[in-house]
Design a protein around this ligand. Structure first.
Ligand code: GRF
Length: 213
């Protein structure tokens, strides 16, 4: 199977997938391309070290072609997303699954529709449980809610990507108990470890579904 992984930052989840493909955790599976929306993403170095072709898809170039208005920004994002789908559909080999791993860009139907028509699944890692803390800074918001006593646990999920942020059907989730007096860094550390396991498990389940499909 072929995976294309979308990243924006450190790429620790990409690294978990790279390691899983190298071991038997993800059998017959290869990451054939990594695409980042951030030039400085350390994940690009991780991909290069693993001899995985990378691409940098730069939103700024699109924003420069449009007025700095809400309409202009929407037009830029639509063009950016449409081109992202074209880039991915032109890849050889084409991916069976696109894995958003620390990908900090809200995709729109301009990306999702052509990809879905091509029969390619898109999944995303989000460090929260279904319906909770959608969007950026989820771990910090859960930590704060825990400190206020509002919640006793948070979690991580891998979910299908739809046009609404972090809202597609969950593929796999894992709860993470919040600990009294724990620092945000300590929680982040524990959450990332869970992410690294779940990103492999979620990808595995989708690939198995494709095999049966
Ligand atoms: C994850 O919590 C992800 O949701 C967020 O950054 C963390 C890890 O990203 N965007 P990465 O895989 O290390 O880049």
């Amino acid at each position: 199977y072929h995976l294309t992984v979308l990243i924006s930052g450190n790429g620790s989840n990409l690294q978990a997938l790279i390691d899983a493909c190298a071991s038997s955790a993800l059998p017959n599976t290869r990451i054939t391309h990594v695409v980042s929306n951030r030039k400085a993403a350390f994940g690009l170095e991780r991909a290069a070290k693993a001899s995985i072709p990378t691409a940098y898809h730069n939103l700024v170039l699109y924003k420069k072609k449009h007025p700095q208005t809400p309409e202009g920004t929407l037009a830029a994002r639509t063009e950016y997303d449409a081109d992202l789908s074209k880039i991915i559909l032109a890849l050889d080999p084409r991916p069976d699954v696109i894995v958003c791993a620390g990908w900090m860009h809200i995709v729109t139907p301009a990306f999702l529709d052509p990809i879905a028509q091509a029969g390619i699944r898109v999944i995303n890692l989000h460090p929260a449980l279904p319906g909770e803390f959608a969007g950026a800074g989820a771990i910090e918001r859960a930590w704060e809610a825990g400190n206020k006593g509002d919640i006793k646990r948070t979690g991580v999920m891998i979910h299908e990507v739809i046009a609404e942020v972090d809202a597609g059907d969950a593929i796999v989730t894992e709860e993470v108990e919040l600990k009294e007096g724990e620092t945000l860094d300590e929680l982040e550390e524990r959450m990332h470890k869970v992410e690294h396991g779940l990103i492999v498990e979620g990808t595995k389940r989708v690939l198995e579904g494709i095999k049966k499909g």
